[in-house]
Write a protein that binds this ligand. Structure first.
Ligand SMILES: Nc1nc2c(ncn2[C@@H]2O[C@H](COP(=O)(O)OP(=O)(O)OP(=O)(O)O)[C@@H](O)[C@H]2O)c(=O)[nH]1
Ligand SMILES: [Mg+2]
Length: 332
């Protein structure tokens, strides 16, 4: 953002985002990306306002992950058509889109092929950025909060297995893993326990025939069907994004998982946990584990966060200031 760009009024912006206004969404995402001090303060107020008014229970937060080129973007595009037919508005964050390995098109390009670009009910933002240590970058969670306030479905696409996979499952209600037919990787990861996290497994490209069916049965056999969360049988599905088969069933499985979480009344506490994890991660990166101890330790901080009704950045800034006040009575 240029140094002299106007900083929007945070309260008006929160209202406009809640109404799903596209221009407001774009400037909200820019505001979160803007490191000028005045912008950070407004971003803090903006997020507090947004978080205090948004009704989380109606919004679905879905992570879509899997190896490069498995068809995450193509499936997302196909799902968007189904969701739009069901009257749901959809926001997508594509993190690190188009891995060089698959040479896949940008998600935006795939969507342009599939959906009308003047549909106000769909908003896609690509983030070509990588966090430290290969994890997700820090902007992703605050940006998800913006999407959550504006849309019925927020979907985050990330490439990869391993750290990324785990990161995404720590900030999404429903994690969907897309497997590539013929690649033994997914089965290996499942056996190694890395893939305990997804709530839904889908083998894409079922149009490839026998090889897809074999991967499907291998995954089905390797999967311990009960999710670690309990009370959820992990479905192992088959689909083809390009032929449009299996998409309704995939959307149904996502809806069933959301319904379960809603019935269990855990959505709000989960999202508080994602928020606490995000804050702890930022603090750890900034001050190290020494800093966390200085603030009373992870558990203490997490408990403290639970009792505060503050927005994301306000909570984070408050803890930073506490840390600095231990040293010289000043904060910065
Ligand atoms: N045969 C077949 N090809 C597919 C299907 N879905 C996607 N593809 C192709 O697989 C390639 C990768 O698709 P993408 O949707 O870009 O995959 P991705 O997982 O988003 O890829 P990255 O984001 O780059 O990791 C493209 O050439 C797609 O056309 C499918 O159902 N069947
Ligand atoms: Mg993609």
């Amino acid at each position: 953002m240029p140094a002299n760009a106007e900083i929007p009024d945070p309260l008006a912006l929160a209202t406009a985002v809640g109404n799903g206004e596209r221009a407001a969404l774009a400037s909200a995402l820019n505001l979160l990306d803007d490191n000028r001090e005045a912008s950070r303060a407004r971003a803090a107020t903006f997020l507090s306002q947004l978080q205090s008014t948004a009704d989380g229970a109606e919004s679905r937060l879905i992570g879509m992950t899997g190896p490069p080129g498995a068809g995450k973007s193509s499936l997302t595009a196909a799902l968007i058509s189904v969701w739009r037919q069901r009257g749901l508005r959809v926001g997508v964050l594509a993190v690190d889109p188009s891995s060089p390995i698959s040479g896949g098109a940008l998600l935006g390009d795939r969507l342009r092929m599939k959906t009308s670009s003047d549909d106000d009910g769909v908003f896609v933002r690509s983030l070509a950025c990588r966090g430290q240590f290969g994890g997700l970058s820090a902007e992703v969670w605050p940006m998800s909060l913006v999407m959550l306030a504006a849309f019925d479905v927020t979907l985050i696409e990330t490439v990869g297995v391993g750290q990324r996979e785990i990161d995404i499952s720590r900030m999404c209600d429903t994690t969907c893993y897309v497997a590539q037919p013929g690649s033994g990787d997914s089965v290996q990861f499942l056996k190694a326990g890395i893939l305990e996290v997804p709530h839904i497994l889908v083998v894409n490209k079922e149009d490839m025939g026998a090889v897809a069916r074999r991967t499907l049965s291998e995954l089905g056999a390797a999967m311990s069907r009960e999710h670690i969360d309990g009370q959820w049988q992990v479905p192992v599905l088959s689909a083809s994004a390009t032929r449009g088969t299996g998409i309704e069933a995939l959307a149904d499985a996502m809806e069933q998982h959301h319904d379960l979480l809603r019935t269990q009344n855990v959505l709000e506490t989960r999202r508080q946990q994602y928020q606490a994890e995000w804050i702890l991660k930022q603090l750890r990166e900034e001050f190290g584990s020494f800093g966390l101890q200085r603030l009373g330790g992870e558990q203490h901080i997490a408990n403290q966060l639970q009792t505060q009704q503050l927005g994301l950045i306000e909570q984070y800034e408050k803890l930073r200031q506490t840390f600095y006040s231990h040293y010289d009575g000043t904060s910065n």
